[in-house]
Write a protein that binds this ligand. Structure first.
Ligand code: G4P
Length: 536
């Protein structure tokens, strides 16, 4: 039996991530969401907060120096009758596996695109991760208040590069200095905006008329109206109608146009988002799908962050609740090692503030103080022996041999690397035969992860480490017959084989061509882009 309370709580939750390339406007859009949700009253607060966070989070000196957010964070805020959980993904080109894993904890994503730039590298990578899970994706084309590319071209680019069909939910009225608002195709409504004072820092007026309203001529002039109608006719003729089922299966993406900075199109987007985005759904486990309304509490850890507050040297493990109800002080079962833990000090991040969590439901993200017991992909339950699947370990793209110039620090080096690997900060690999006696190899998705490791090893473990970059650029997990001799892939400098801390074999290649050659010539081997088993 499920109590109606749990059902209602699940139905009002929307857990999502914004995926974008740096500078597309993620911070600005987040800020506007908080503004419209009533969680903050004047835009600018997030940015100010971001600056002050830099000042206080010390271990993230790198973050400060490079002006980026290394860590992902999470924010909960109300909107209408709903509760949004926004997972923030680091906004630098050099992002890490954390970014990927954060996306796996969301139920939908907003793909934010700069209208002048179109689909960029990081958006593309993150899109692929969403794709792996067939996740529903919204598209918001931002910065329409600036001269950008033709909206039809942008939709075409998304279709061509990402292989997802676009359905325009609204259409821009003008662009650049003549951007006047958006037309809602389904409701045949025109949302006209006025540029607000203070650079769009307050809500703007929203009027509505129909597609053929003569007022359009005042807004766009006769040429503009003609072009606008031509676009709409093209869309009506060529465009696919919006199908909610296909959207939920990740086959089509609803497209919205707007300007986060000036608020144009933001509110209609948020309303549509609340209507269309899915509430938490069932998640795969070793015992079949887990329904969010199942009364028994369960969740998984997708991210571990160290030293968010320098005064407390412990870590925070981020848990996504998947079913049941979290109550402060409850005892949860850590399935991996069979321990029971009391969850007294869970925290949540309401708007910009940290609060102690009293209760939580599927879709919520809570931060658990971690004295060193959790690992990435750990499952917590009320005692059941089930584990969540599908928190992938992604193939690394950068590699470096690591050593401590001071040989007396070897033990510390190993201890530190083990912890950082548990946290998911970096992957640690060894040659298959030598295991821990040999010099380990660090592997990561982005080079920035190496810098983080270097800095943390020094600050937290008092070990100076040196890295020798290895010239490999791609890798695959090997799934092969028992009697297959992996030494066949060992040609130092061209390709090599390592094992990870869970004993899985990874083959690394100098370039894509070498990889393709190996794939073509070894039909009995499966080359996997994500680790064959979940990290347990
Ligand atoms: P990010 O988190 O994705 O990296 O992007 P962020 O929101 O920080 O925005 C990057 C830049 O783009 C900022 O300008 C921001 O003001 C601008 N921007 C965001 N949305 C819009 C929009 O709809 N229209 C226009 N014209 N600009 C937009 P900046 O100069 O780098 O920072 P700031 O001086 O405004 O703080």
């Amino acid at each position: 039996m499920t109590s109606p309370n749990i059902q209602e709580e699940i139905a009002r939750r929307r857990t999502f991530a914004i995926i974008s390339h740096p500078d597309a406007g993620k911070t600005t859009l987040t800020e506007k969401m908080l503004l419209y949700g009533g969680a903050i009253h004047l835009a600018g607060a997030v940015r100010a907060r971001r600056a002050s966070r830099h000042a206080t989070s010390d271990w993230m000196n790198i973050e400060k120096q490079r002006g980026i957010s290394v860590s992902t964070s999470v924010m909960q805020f109300p909107y209408d009758d709903m509760l949004y959980n926004l997972l923030d993904t680091p906004g630098h080109e050099d992002f890490s596996e954390d970014t990927y894993r954060t996306v796996t904890a969301a139920d939908s994503a907003i793909m934010l695109i700069d209208a002048a730039k179109g689909v960029e590298a990081q958006t593309r990578k993150l899109f692929e991760v969403c794709r792996l899970r067939a996740m529903p994706i919204f598209t918001f084309i931002n910065k329409m208040d600036r001269e950008g590319r033709d909206p039809l071209d942008l939709m075409d680019e998304i279709e061509q590069l990402l292989g997802i069909h676009c359905v325009a939910v609204n259409w821009p009225i003008g662009m650049g200095p003549s951007f006047r608002g958006v037309y809602d195709r389904e409701g045949d409504l025109i949302h006209v905006f006025e540029r607000g004072g203070g650079h769009g820092s307050r809500k703007v007026i929203d009027q509505a008329t129909g597609r053929n309203d003569s007022a359009l001529e005042n807004l766009l002039g006769p040429h503009g109206v003609k072009a606008f109608h031509e676009d709409l006719e093209l869309l009506d003729l060529a465009g696919e109608p919006f199908d909610h089922g296909k959207f939920l299966d990740g086959e089509i993406t609803p497209v919205f146009f707007g300007s986060a900075l000036t608020n144009f199109g933001v509110e209609p987007f948020l309303q549509a988002f609340g209507r269309m985005a899915p509430p938490p759904t069932a998640r795969p486990t070793t015992d079949g799908p887990r329904e969010p309304a199942n009364e028994k509490f369960s969740g998984f850890i997708f991210k571990i962050q160290a030293n968010m507050d320098k005064n407390h040297r412990d870590r925070v493990a981020f848990l996504r609740i998947c079913s049941g109800r979290f109550d402060r002080g409850m005892t949860a079962h850590l399935v991996r090692d069979g321990k029971d833990l009391r969850l007294n000090n869970a925290i949540t991040f309401f708007a910009q503030e940290r609060k102690t969590v009293e209760e939580g439901y599927a879709g919520d993200i809570i931060g658990l103080y971690d004295p060193g017991v959790y690992q990435i992909a750990d499952t917590l339950t009320e005692g059941e022996k089930i584990e969540f699947e599908g928190i992938p370990r992604f193939c690394p793209e950068v590699f470096a041999r690591v050593y401590a110039p001071n040989p007396l620090k070897r033990k510390r080096l190993d201890k530190g690397l083990k912890q950082l690997s548990d946290e998911g900060t970096v992957q640690v690999l060894y040659p298959p035969e030598a295991l821990s006696a040999a010099e380990p190899v660090l592997a990561a998705v982005g080079r920035l992860q190496f810098e983080v490791v270097q800095q943390r090893m020094l600050e937290e473990y008092d070990v100076e480490i040196k890295l020798d970059a290895l010239g490999y650029t791609t890798a695959r997990w090997l799934d092969m017959p028992e009697d297959f001799d992996h030494r066949k892939f060992v040609h130092t400098g061209i390709s090599d084989v390592f094992v990870d801390t869970r004993g899985r074999r990874l083959v690394v290649f100098r370039d894509e061509w070498t990889l393709q050659y190996a794939v073509r010539n070894n039909e009995d081997v499966v080359f996997r882009t994500i680790a064959p088993n979940p990290v347990t």
